[in-house]
Each structure stands twice: as structure tokens, then as C-alpha cells.
Design a protein around this ligand. Structure first.
Ligand SMILES: *Cc1c(COP(=O)(O)O)cnc(C)c1O
Length: 374
């Protein structure tokens, strides 16, 4: 997820131009002190890039999940199903609303297992959050079919696969509502930041108002006399984040192309010796992580030891505690921890190599050949 690697004079120039335009750092109003509305422009660019009808830019991916859950009508004591391989933010957002997180197992794609999802649905299930982990889509066809049969809404957590696709659609725009993250470790970054995508006007209206204290931005009135329907909160993005986001978004196509070159190269060297993470046949990966399975414990140890001196390892195993629900005893019931055990065992057999664009193709070739010979 290399957006941060590519921050250069372009972001710097854009940020300085914001100060030359009058220095308005706020998304609304102050018309005399600004020439443009950069958050609004960033939202427009996101909509165009990912072909969604609506977009709301917000302060973080975590905030985006919480707002989207609220928009879907999730309330206290409702159950929300998400997956064992994940990031803490998704469960935090569920808990913050007072809803109950239910953990679904993962399959060999390391994403939500549709078979287990079916078993986890109860009368209390209000929403399902499939999480497209580390570049790769969940099996959205199966998940959507299950949800549709039970009239349950889907929120895609697409914080980790920005630019990826399922079929012809961009991830985050495959179901009822979806979220993106632009935190500093993500594919494109605004430092902190996120966005909500939807094609549903009602959901959009709620998100737009809720993230901005309920402001309806009623054109008939000034902001100080604006109309309001719901109690909201402040999850707004700033102009500084948006102006950087606009530059980063222009780099996404290049990032995806370069990711793929590196991923392909490692794949070609390791595919005969290891089981490579399965990519759903309808999915276009963003290739930002190379994940493979190593059966032998001693071999796995040697490979990790070698990688630590080199490119490092991503979530698996380095940050597994932040990415596997088995470790979240501070947030989950004993039952959900038990439900996470199988997933933890599967994740423990995998190694994740980060794809970094500042590392050359030849350095990836060197690493892959070394691993092949261990
Ligand atoms: C990063 C991430 C989030 C949260 O995004 P922030 O912008 O850091 O709040 C949520 N879910 C997943 C899967 C993530 O990787």
C-alpha cells in the first residue's frame, strides 16, 4: 500500500496552492477566503474514478464504517457479521454503535467464508461487513445472494483494496454501501481520511448530514441558519487532506500497474513450490501484498527470518494481533474468540510480503529466488 512512498513535489505544490488561494482549510463556507472547494472536488473525482453515484469524504476509514452502519439503520443490540481476518476498526465501529460483532470464518482466499456466513445469520442480523483484505475481493456474488435471501444489508469494508474490482465494478461499489480509507499506510493517502461510496440517495443523504453535525446545507439559508433533521457528529475531512487526496488519486493507476509487475514476478518464481493465496475468479486484485502458504513450521521460520532482514513481512505474521479477531479479547465475547480460532490457525500458515514501489523489480527477484531455495 504505497501511496506514502510516492508523496513528492506534486502534493507539496498543491498544498501550498491552497494557501495562495486564500488559505481556507474548511470544507464549507468562507466564500470570500477561497477560490475552490477541494473536499467537494475530491468527492467528485472519487465518484468518477470508482463509478459510484454518490461519495462523502470523511475524517477516517473507521469513521466511514460507523457512519455507513448508522445509515443502514444498525442500532443497539443488532448483530453485525464481519470476518476473522480484518482490522480492529471494523469491530470498533460496530461496538461504538452499541451493536454486537459476530465473527465469520475465512476460506482459502483469506476473506469471508460464504458457507460460514450462512450459519452465522440470526433474526438479529442487521448488516454484513465483508472485508476485502490486502488487495483481494471477497466472493461478493455468494455473499450478496445470501444477504438478499434474508433481506440483510451489506457494507463493504474496502479500506485495503482501493482500486480493486469485482466483475466490472470497483470494490466499495458492489453492494449497498462501501468505505475506503486514506490513512498513511493505505494505497493512496491523505494522512488520515476516508470516503463512503453508495448509489443510494437515501443512504447518501444520511451520511452527508450525519458526518457534518446534521447540516443539510440547505441552499435557501446561510450555514448559520441551516436546516437539520438528525443529531449528527463531526467526521469532516479538511481541505488540506482533500487537496493531497486529489494528487494521490491521479497516481493510483501507476501504483496498480507497478504493484502488479512486482507481484507477477514473485508469483512466477514461487508458484511451483508454494500455495499462493487464491484470488476469486471474478476479482481484480490490487496486488499490493504477496501472500503464500508454507506448510512446514521450520521452513516458515527461516523464510520469515530472511524476510525480516530484507523487505519485512506485512500483517502475516508481523501485525497479526491487529488483524485477526482471535486476539481481540478486549472487544469480543468468548464465543466470538472461539469462532476466530480456525481462522487464526489458517492465517498462521501464511506469510505476507509487502509490495513496495521504491523497491526495484530486481530486489524482488532476489528475494523470491532466495525464498525458493530455503
Ligand atoms: C485501515 C483500515 C480501516 C480503518 O481505516 P482508518 O482510516 O485507519 O480509520 C478499516 N478497515 C480495514 C480493513 C483497514 O485496513
Amino acid at each position: 500500500m504505497p501511496g506514502w512512498e510516492l508523496i513528492n513535489h506534486k502534493e507539496k505544490k498543491s498544498l501550498l496552492s491552497l494557501f495562495n488561494e486564500g488559505g481556507c482549510l474548511f470544507a464549507h463556507g468562507f466564500e470570500k477566503h477561497r477560490k475552490r472547494f477541494h473536499v467537494r472536488e475530491f468527492e467528485k473525482n472519487i465518484k468518477n474514478r470508482f463509478k459510484s453515484k454518490y461519495c462523502v469524504a470523511v475524517s477516517s476509514g473507521t469513521a466511514a464504517i460507523k457512519i455507513a452502519l448508522k445509515a443502514l439503520g444498525v442500532k443497539r443490540n443488532d448483530e453485525v457479521i464481519t470476518q476473522c481476518f480484518n482490522f480492529v476498526a471494523t469491530v470498533e465501529a460496530i461496538i461504538d454503535i452499541g451493536a454486537k460483532p459476530i465473527i465469520c470464518n475465512i476460506d482459502s482466499s483469506l476473506n469471508m467464508c460464504p458457507k460460514d456466513l450462512k450459519k452465522k445469520i440470526t433474526k438479529k442480523t442487521k448488516a454484513i461487513i465483508p472485508v476485502h483484505m490486502l488487495g483481494v475481493s471477497c466472493d461478493m456474488q455468494k455473499i450478496k445472494k445470501i444477504a438478499k435471501n434474508k433481506s440483510i444489508k451489506i457494507l463493504e469494508d474496502n479500506c485495503e483494496s482501493v482500486g480493486g474490482k469485482y466483475g466490472k465494478k470497483f470494490l466499495g461499489n458492489v453492494s449497498n454501501i462501501g468505505v475506503l480509507s486514506f490513512d498513511f499506510s493505505k494505497t493512496i493517502t491523505t494522512g488520515e481520511g476516508g470516503a463512503i461510496l453508495t448509489n443510494n440517495k437515501k443512504l447518501y443523504k444520511f451520511c452527508k448530514e450525519y458526518h457534518d453535525h446534521g447540516h443539510q446545507n440547505n441552499k435557501k439559508f446561510s450555514r448559520g441558519r441551516d436546516t437539520v433533521e438528525y443529531a449528527g457528529f463531526n467526521y469532516r475531512m479538511t481541505e488540506m487532506q482533500a487537496i493531497i487526496g486529489k494528487e494521490q488519486l491521479k497516481k493510483l493507476t501507476f501504483i496498480l500497474k507497478e504493484n502488479k509487475k512486482r507481484h507477477r514476478l514473485i508469483n512466477d518464481i514461487l508458484k511451483n513450490k508454494f500455495t499462493i493465496r487464491e484470488i476469486n475468479k471474478n476479482s481484480t486484485s490490487i496486488y499490493d501484498t504477496f501472500i503464500f502458504k508454507v506448510g512446514s513450521i521450520s521452513k516458515k521460520k527461516s523464510i520469515i527470518k530472511f524476510l525480516k532482514k530484507n523487505l519485512g513481512t506485512k500483517n502475516l505474521p508481523d501485525a497479526i494481533k491487529w488483524h485477526c479477531s482471535y486476539y481481540w479479547k478486549h472487544m469480543l465475547s468468548k464465543k466470538e474468540i472461539r469462532n476466530s480460532f480456525k481462522g487464526k490457525q489458517l492465517l498462521e500458515q501464511h506469510i505476507a510480503i509487502p509490495i513496495l514501489l521504491k523497491k526495484s523489480l530486481s530486489s524482488y527477484k532476489f528475494v523470491a529466488n532466495k525464498i525458493n531455495n530455503i
